[in-house]
Design a protein around this ligand. Structure first.
Ligand code: AMP
Length: 224
């Protein structure tokens, strides 16, 4: 199964992608996670992208396309969930080319739809643990002790790009650059919309009910 998750920041793509990947044995490719890891480690890539990320802007296409292409070349045949990529039309076209070269194709693009007031509420409540990387949301998935990580007890923080001003910028970038992908994938017949306002488990069920079963059956049948 080869899946793209679309949706605004805060729609729950990361959480849902991780659950899906675990459940279906797919690789989870989150360009945001990969870029953040590089920033934390201070790699050359990290140093190049930090200024874009801190401002809530997209990092240059060639850098992210390269990250995704390399990962897909290595492991794409196992099936994948793309989370946070593609982020604009140029990236969507580049993804098509990469997949074509690998003789792979997308099965479905899931659009996690959420109203703007809910997006803002979620993003402002998002917290993470700088020590172990665990993610929380003060409203929808709070830690047991407020402000402390359940795993390691460290003090939770807001992501640099979840500060109010940067949130506004990221939502503008989403509307201008990423939202047009909804129409693009609708036209190609791959898009399925999922209401993303419910609890994590409910949204996951909604996603599972939209997956193309015949594809899974065909993949299972290929040996015999
Ligand atoms: P995310 O965790 O997906 O919200 O991504 C956090 C930040 O990483 C974004 O605001 C961008 O600066 C950068 N980023 C992640 N994915 C991409 C992408 N596909 N294209 C460009 N920038 C990206």
């Amino acid at each position: 199964m080869r899946i793209v998750l679309l949706g605004s920041p805060g729609a729950g793509k990361g959480t849902q992608a991780e659950l899906l990947a675990d459940r279906l044995g797919l690789i989870h490719i989150s360009t945001g996670d990969i870029l953040r890891e590089n920033v934390e480690k201070g790699t050359e890539l990290g140093l190049r992208v930090k200024k874009f990320m801190d401002k809530g802007k997209l990092v240059p296409d060639d850098l992210v396309v390269d990250i995704v292409a390399q990962r897909l070349k290595k492991e794409g045949k196992r099936g994948f969930v793309l989370d946070g990529f593609p982020r604009n039309l140029a990236q969507a076209r580049a993804l098509n080319e990469v997949l074509q070269k690998l003789d792979l194709r997308l099965d479905i693009v899931l659009y996690l739809a959420l109203k703007e007031d809910e997006i803002l509420k979620r993003l402002s409540a998002r917290l993470f643990c700088p020590n172990c990387g665990a993610n929380y949301n003060a409203i929808s998935s709070p830690p047991e002790i407020p402000g402390r990580c359940d795993n390691c007890g460290d003090r939770l923080e807001k992501r640099e790009d979840d500060q109010p001003q940067t949130i506004r910028r990221r939502l503008k970038v989403y509307e201008a650059e990423t939202a047009p992908l909804i129409g693009y994938y609708k036209t190609s017949g791959l898009l399925k919309q999922v209401p993303a306002g419910g609890k994590v488990a409910e949204v996951q069920q909604q996603i599972l009910s939209r997956l193309p079963r015949p594809v899974r059956a065909r993949e299972g049948d290929c040996g015999g």
